[in-house]
Design a protein around this ligand. Structure first.
Ligand code: AMP
Length: 141
């Protein structure tokens, strides 16, 4: 199972904002779309990622001035990406070792989507259920 399989089922919708946008916009987007992170794009390229963890850290660091900040004040700039050819176990390894739950999918052609730990768990459960079904059918033969 590969990242391309995850993208096939979840699609390639990308929710993003710009580095200069107010943090209030990021908070509203995360809440409205019920997502845990948003990509920060500059000319279609990944310039950063902002997750709910960054919001919590920002609230802790900036306190009452938090809502005066811009996305660029809180985002992570050094974004780790994967490709459609990255295997799901490899992706899980990246997420576990680096302690993040979102990875953008990028090729030479550009940004293709983003996969979250939730997408990975869903894929693994579907895979396990398909295996159980196949084994049950085999035993019933
Ligand atoms: P998350 O677990 O995805 O909510 O993110 C935890 C922390 O890692 C936050 O500071 C994010 O900005 C950062 N982060 C999330 N995804 C990535 C990524 N793909 N590459 C680098 N940093 C990331």
């Amino acid at each position: 199972m590969y990242v391309s399989d995850i993208l096939k089922s979840k699609g390639s919708a990308i929710i993003s904002l710009g580095a200069g946008d107010p943090v209030a916009d990021a908070v509203a987007l995360l809440a409205e779309k019920r997502i845990g992170a948003v990509l920060v794009l500059d000319g279609g390229k990944v310039a950063g990622i902002l997750s709910e963890r960054d919001i919590v850290r920002g609230l802790n660091s900036f306190g009452p001035t938090f809502f005066e900040k811009r996305v660029s004040d809180l985002m992570t700039r050094d974004v780790v990406t994967c490709t459609p050819e990255t295997s799901v176990p490899e992706l899980m390894g990246m997420m576990t070792a680096r302690r993040f739950r979102h990875v953008p999918v990028v090729t030479d052609q550009g940004l293709l989507g983003i996969v979250s730990i939730g997408d990975v768990v869903k894929t693994r459960i579907e895979e396990a259920e398909a295996e159980v079904d196949a084994l049950r059918r085999y035993i019933a033969l």
